[in-house]
Design a protein around this ligand. Sequence first.
Ligand code: CA
Ligand code: CA
Ligand code: CA
Ligand code: CA
Length: 483
Amino acid sequence: MAVRAGRIGLLVAVVAVGAVGLTGCDNVTSLARPSTPVVLTGNDVPKLKGVPPDRVVAFKHEIIGNVGTWTQVPVQVDERKVVAYGSQPANNATAGVEGSVYGNGSGGPTRLQYADPNTFVGADTNPKVDADDEIAFLSSDTGGKPRASDAPEPPGVVAGTGTQVLVADPRGEGEYGYLYLFKSKPGLDPSAGQDYVDYDFVLASGDYKATYKRADGPNPETSTVRTDVYEAGFIDRWKETTWKVLAPGASGVDILDGHKNQFAIDVCGRSNDTFADAEGAFVANIDGPVRAIRSYVGANSGPVTQRTHVFYRDREVVITELRVHPIPGVMDYLDLSAAATGMTYRTSTMPTPVTVDGSADSVPTGVAEWEAYDGPQGQVLTQQVFTSTAGPLTTSSYYRDDAATAEAQCWGDSSLYGAAGAAITSSIPNTDPRNPPFDTLTGVRTTEFGSPAEDDGDIATDAADWAADLATPLSLQITAYAP
Ligand SMILES: [Ca+2]
Ligand SMILES: [Ca+2]
Ligand SMILES: [Ca+2]
Ligand SMILES: [Ca+2]
């Protein structure tokens, strides 16, 4: 289902209790949470260790009309490896060498990164599923559990290689579903013939390894990510400038001027524009059936500052790891385009909406647990969370609606439409691992796209429910499947 909907009722009557504390039945999934990514590691699934990623397949089992059926569903293995960052080359003509993020220099700090043969990170050193690789699927692809009278294993898999993943919702009323992982015989595709996310990484210059200016940008792009529910677009490494909601009922216009970062309001010394204009490199660009991953480094004097976008069918997650000398503060906000005019804006601290129209509104300060834009253009729910090892940091919210703002626009258009987000307004200590001791600061922005609300009265309730789901992950029980 492409529409981001609120909780759905149980699909079937309760006829059995699967386990203590769980309600529902084993015929089909009873999970009622909107489709949610589930990410395991190879370490979680011992039976898949040593299996080639293209032989990892997933199935759900359903009993419909008393007939048990195995259905293949999409699963994605994303390989990871530990590599050094390296350092930006002295000039753009320096050829890269595989084995570090920058493909240059003597190494420096290492981190576990997504592997990509098309960047200088390179392919995983172990081409099979190993402990640190990730295995991703969607909760909406779970099913029930086979009976003794059903076929114990689906066709096309290697007997005895199964793992059962029980996915349960701690927030609900005991809803749960099962997904089964197997090693396939030759002939099955892990995508199960589906492609939830299509990521086209396109540089104006051509091939990444041959043409990317790692010493000194900019590096113009026309990259896009498209699902049934939304489209996102990038014009350079740090510049996400397109959001079109494509869910049913949404107009599909581009509502985003830019996802923006800067030190403070009206301060443009550092921004996505200056980041993209200086050194940088890509860690990985991955386009799979379940998700796309876009991960990169390089933010002026923080050359190992990293941002990783993970795109699922309904959701974009942006993880930003600040790694830089002490800085005075940081903002992370969405600046919408004039095409967002007419959308409403609500937050957990402001259930009564204001209208995005380029005219100023009164909005309370204080970082929100959720923010919601809604209108004929579609619905966008978003949340920004900062976590840090540094001592108490002062945070604040930000909102501007001003078509003819006097405040400096670091990049993008000359207006602020429904511009909103969160900021750390106190100074941030050193976070650069190249220069210990260092603190860590990670920002995670999660954004969910969906159809315009049928009833505006539901927006605040649905958004609060979504934020509560984010705060309470699905629980997993992973066991060897021995039918
Ligand atoms: Ca690995
Ligand atoms: Ca591997
Ligand atoms: Ca307004
Ligand atoms: Ca703007």
